[in-house]
Design a protein around this ligand. Sequence first.
Ligand SMILES: [Zn+2]
Length: 224
Amino acid sequence: MRAKMEDIEKFVRGFSRFQQQYFSEENTLYDALRAGQRPTTLLIGCCDSRVDPMLLTGSDPGDMFVVRNIANLVPPCAPDAPPGVSSAIEFAICNLEVARVIVLGHARCGGIRALLAPQQEARETDFVERWMRIAAPVRERVLRDLAHKSSEERHQACEQASILQSLDNLLTYPWLKRRVEQGKLMLHGWYFDIDSGALMAYSARQQQFLPMVCPIPTRARAIE
Ligand SMILES: [Zn+2]
């Protein structure tokens, strides 16, 4: 993919719009934010360019503390856990004292594709494969339990199960678990279906992902 000058021009125009919105005389948001950030939500999402959490949720600067990594994974708490993600979780929970954590997964996730069908040929580096080992238990469970299903169904099951595994892994951090038990912190698993445009949320009571925002009806018909 060649870098295009138009990309930079688009980004600069976009920044100018952002500046006019948030640094105008009338908008005082950054006057408050200069003193410090006080986001109420930690969102753990995928790096995928189609799944921007701020854009999807219409958030303003300061609303959300965001960690993005391949396939929105949370490593379990361990001395050798990759500190990039764990340090962001620690800072959001212990310093910013957010009130909720949302793990946002999505359909057609390339990280999950790599998990289900690892590269056969040798590559110069294997960071993605190594990172995706966090979700190896999910892969094994889905391949075992859904062996008779189509690869699309297994792919979606893996995407959704990895969100639940990330929520479970969050509870391995003692200071996070304590806050959940004290009722100070809520955990949410969300799934953005980029095929239909729907947003799903995991219901612990019904043990499945249920629509929180349904697809636009005309669009749902068009893809049937
Ligand atoms: Zn992804």
